[in-house]
Design a protein. Sequence first.
Length: 339
Amino acid sequence: MDHIRALNSLRGLAAMVVVIAHYERSINAFGGFSGRGSGQIGVMIFFVLSGFLMSYLYLQENFNKTQLYKYFVARLARVAPLFIIVVVVSYFFQITNIKGVFYNISSLEEVASHVLLLSGKSVLWTIPPEIHFYILFVFLWCVYSKSPKLMLVIIAAAFVFLNYLDYPVYKWRTELGLLIDFRLPKLLSYFLLGVLIGAIYNSWHTSEKIKSNYYAVILVIIPLLYPKVFTAVFGFTHEMWKDLIVLFGLGMWFVSILFLIPARNFILSNKLGDFLGKISYSLYLLHLPTRKLLQEHAVNAPVFFFVIYILSSIMIAYLSYLIIENPLRKAIRKKLKIN
């Protein structure tokens, strides 16, 4: 499959939306510009991207044991190592009374809930659903291999059914003390949206004649979807994950980027976007400890410490990518013998 360079920038953008939102919210910086929940727009972008990539990379591959093995190893190597390390380090910090830096994972039951992908503290909550998406995608891949049209029908039916259910979240604690926080019905529409766009992209490409760099103006949809901005502009409040306006807006945003903007658009295809996309996973998982360390001082000088926060978060993410994330991903792929 050809590499779509703009996706690097979209990954980086999604991570930065979350990073900036958490800083702004923690000290009410910049007048609370984006409003509570703006970071979740970044998570939505991640989920749409994830669905698109699964669809784009795998639906054209044969559905067999060899491809399934490669698929699961690649997904495991991509997500699991850094996630598990962050969970274990967070637990170690808690039991050694170094609190307020990493995530509040203070018991073995909480460690197990994370590692078993049952729930997640703070930003870690997104990782279990991401893995659940990967598992669900195998079913869609299997269906697509037999009937592409049937897969599209199933996705359409899922959109309707999830809306009918009103996107519920199910929480309960097991007898062993493990917290189960099952959010798949609430989040699934965004992953399915990505899968749907990927399936279309695999079979239909836009003529270069109708593409234009001017369509990059569509990028303004993201800040428009920030809750506080949306309310100020349109006069009513959207319901985030439950609102079809948000789902449709992100869908149009993503489709426009893929089908209407030239591949060499300088806003979406550049070295900074490549770099931020490369470190986006580490940036997402590791920015909150940086914010916590700076938060006390940032109240009095929010702009100065915002710059420090962004640069520090990027530097730590880059080191994590170089030392932990990328080497472990390569080692797992090599050990389990996939290219």
